[in-house]
Design a protein around this ligand. Structure first.
Ligand SMILES: NC(=O)c1ccc[n+]([C@@H]2O[C@H](COP(=O)([O-])OP(=O)(O)OC[C@H]3O[C@@H](n4cnc5c(N)ncnc54)[C@H](OP(=O)(O)O)[C@@H]3O)[C@@H](O)[C@H]2O)c1
Length: 301
């Protein structure tokens, strides 16, 4: 592994617009640390703590979470593993859902739900203020749906004025919803479903890049059904890398405002994912990989 302290480590660095928050482009998504179905405690709590500690020791300074993972479980594991937090560590959380006792995903978007969600995150993470909070719109579950998000973003902007939130981001949103939110408050990042095979946000990524806003793909490896593609496998074999590493490196090449938060509960996968920052893809290989989305789209259609 390259020196974790160097500027080029983990895919280089990115500074969120209008902030002093700089992170390495390869971060870590903590959702996989809860139990099966992102509900309840993990099978291996010590393993979850070990993954987080190794990520930070390797130079990761951007962790994505939510208090509704578990619920509460993932944030409590982050606190157990890493508190008191290193000053350079950015923990990004999200609001907009709740998990009742039956394990279902319900929206939680009233002003009270959102305010309670901030306090749940503060308590379980052991923080006085949250650096970045994404408003996660329910949309059509793993994709966005048009409709006003002004009421919810206004609540987050109020919580920002009160000092409980430092910066606002959005998740599972359309370009129109980003524009609507920007009238209310500054938006520093957008977290949507995107990967090598799922590229509905291509235009949005380019638009956010022009504005210096981070685009943070969720499901960068395909999520609950990790990416499967013979082209990806062939390219990986030629490069002496794994398919998941190639998928992550492709995202790093996609645009300089793309930040990675691959999720894993495995130390071996964590190491593999962090090493993706050392891979480069030639224009020819990128063109070959670009064909995967069109093939996936044809299969879906
Ligand atoms: N805003 C939202 O709505 C939203 C939705 C979903 C997720 N997220 C965030 O985005 C992060 C990333 O998404 P995700 O974790 O759902 O999906 P992901 O990163 O695309 O993929 C995670 C899956 O891939 C496996 N995996 C990870 N590294 C691997 C490797 N090197 N080789 C083989 N398999 C590997 C994991 O299993 P193992 O544990 O076995 O490695 C897990 O099953 C989450 O952790 C969460 O923080 C946000």
């Amino acid at each position: 592994m390259s020196n974790p302290k160097s500027e080029s480590a983990l895919g280089g660095q990115f500074t969120f617009p209008g902030t002093s928050l700089t992170v390495r482009r390869i971060g870590y998504g903590a959702m996989q640390l809860a139990g099966p179905g992102v509900f309840g405690p993990p099978k291996d709590p010590d393993g979850a703590v070990a993954v987080l500690r190794e990520a930070v020791a390797a130079g990761v300074n951007h962790i994505d979470t939510a208090d509704f993972y578990g619920p509460h479980v993932t944030n409590q594991i982050i606190r157990q593993a890493l508190h008191p937090y290193p000053p350079e560590l950015l923990i990004v959380t999200k609001l907009g859902a709740r998990r009742p006792a039956d394990g279902s995903w319900q929206s939680a978007i009233s002003p009270k739900d959102l305010t309670d969600g901030v306090h749940d995150n503060l308590r379980n993470l052991g923080l006085d203020a949250l650096d970045i909070v994404n408003y996660r719109a329910m949309g059509s579950i793993h994709g966005p749906k048009e409709g006003s998000i002004a009421e919810q973003v206004t609540v987050l902007a109020d919580l920002r004025r009160k000092g409980l939130i430092r910066h606002v981001g959005l998740s599972n949103v359309t370009a129109a919803q980003v524009a609507e939110a920007q009238v209310i408050t500054d938006v520093v990042c957008v977290q949507n479903n995107y990967n090598l095979a799922h590229r509905e946000d291509d235009a949005l990524i380019d638009d956010l890049a022009r504005q210096g806003i981070a685009y943070v793909p969720f499901f960068p490896l395909g999520g609950f059904t990790p990416l499967q593609s013979s082209t990806l496998n062939d390219v990986a074999a030629v490069l002496g890398a794994t398919p998941m590493q190639v998928a992550l490196t492709w995202l790093l090449h996609r645009s300089p405002n793309v930040l990675l938060i691959p999720g894993t509960s495995s130390l071996a996968h964590l190491r593999e994912n962090l090493a993706a920052g050392q891979l480069t893809l030639s224009p020819e290989i990128r063109a070959e990989l670009d064909g995967i989305a069109a093939a996936a789209e044809a299969n879906r259609g």
